[in-house]
Write a protein that binds this ligand. Structure first.
Ligand code: PLP
Length: 362
């Protein structure tokens, strides 16, 4: 069966090479006579997969030695609770930048455990920009400062050269929708988490990079499974980890490495997204919704300004093999998610389809 161009925001397209490799190894992984799905998480074969995944992720992200890497369950949303339970424990204060639904959810969850404060927001313009932040923006005695680096729904991002300078206050980042897409300096962060289901693998795995000095201070009431210390001590094997998902992440890391690493992905993603933004900036019918300097490389929202025309576009695009272009249910319009696995041919096909649609619907 022919594959479509899948513009879903997540779960999203994976590299074909990864899926082919997983298919080839499905029944008999590396001569073990079984699938990774059927393997004990304590077996030698799986221990090697986990160690390789960790080493590759460390290498690709340039993770310094004073950080731990964990592969956990519960998705990005469980991190919204785990972070305050583990880190909001000295002064009990944490500051948040509200750049969309995901940052807001993290903020609301943290408010259950301490003094969470929204110090900046772009809600006034439907989250179409990243608020300007300076040293006066946050509390110097906060336990951490939280940002969602790439805003999946609204298509904005904190560029690597536009991260808040938080001094001694650890910067905590949700990179679920732009992990491995662009080079960020890990040493600037206290913790980075990413749900796998966009750029890294299937849903069910969340990768956490945490500075070692931030581990071990959880609130007494923290459930064992939500304490980072538990998972650091057991090297992500306290209980049965999401074994098959971790294996697919490992294959994706191999793939990213073969493409030339994160720097090469960044160059490719910049080229891909620039092509689409350039088309939008010059189109009479379609318009991007985000200010140019804060545009995401991964999620590109756009509108025609006419809801009926938007719906017609999404329907006809689907019939043409361009899937999942409908915008998030809270914002409408369209959104093209062009993660690492989206080839240039997919973006070209989308642009050509938009040109055709524009001519036919003048
Ligand atoms: N953070 C961001 C930026 C997301 O895009 C998402 C989901 O799309 C989440 C968090 C929530 O992740 P999960 O569904 O794994 O809980």
């Amino acid at each position: 069966m022919e594959r479509v161009y899948n513009f879903s925001a997540g779960p999203s397209a994976l590299p074909v090479e990864v899926l082919e490799k997983a298919a080839a190894e499905m029944l008999n992984y590396g001569g073990t006579g079984m699938s990774v799905m059927e393997m004990s998480h304590r077996s030698a074969a799986f221990s090697e997969i986990l160690a390789d995944a960790k080493a590759l992720y460390k290498e690709l992200m340039g993770v310094p030695d004073n950080y731990d890497i964990l592969f956990l369950q519960g998705g990005g949303s469980t991190q919204f609770a785990m972070i305050p339970l583990n880190l909001m424990t000295k002064t009990g204060k944490a500051d948040f930048v509200i750049t969309g639904n995901w940052a807001k959810k993290a903020f609301q969850e943290a408010g259950r455990y301490g003094d969470a404060q929204a110090v900046a927001s772009s809600a006034d313009k439907t989250f179409s920009y990243i608020p300007k932040l300076d040293a006066a923006t946050f509390r110097k005695d906060a336990d951490y400062f939280y940002i969602c680096v790439n805003n999946t729904i609204y298509g904005t991002r904190f560029r690597p050269d536009n991260l808040p300078e938080t001094g001694d206050v650890p910067l905590i980042a949700d990179m679920s929708s732009n992990i491995l897409s662009e080079v960020y300096d890990v040493s600037k962060f206290g913790l980075i988490f990413a749900g796998a289901q966009k750029n890294m693998g299937p849903a069910g795995v969340v990768a956490v990079i945490i500075r070692k000095d931030l581990v071990g201070h959880a609130m007494d009431m923290t459930p064992t499974m939500l304490n980072y210390q538990t998972h650091v001590d057991a090297d992500s094997c306290y209980n049965t980890p999401p074994c098959y998902g971790i294996y697919i992440c490992k294959l994706v890391y191999d793939w990213v490495k073969a493409q030339g690493g994160v720097a090469a992905m960044e160059a490719f993603n910049k080229e891909k997204s620039a092509k689409l933004y350039d088309f939008l900036d010059n189109s009479a019918m379609f318009k991007g919704t985000v200010v140019p300097e804060d545009r995401s490389l991964m999620n590109v929202p756009f509108v025609t300004g006419n809801e009926e025309l938007d719906a017609k576009f999404v329907k006809e695009a689907k019939a043409a093999g361009l899937e999942n272009l409908k915008g998030h249910r809270t914002v409408g319009g369209m959104r093209a998610s062009i993660y690492n696995a989206m080839p240039m041919a997919g973006v070209d096909a989308l642009i050509n389809f938009m040109k055709k649609f524009e001519t036919e619907n003048k």
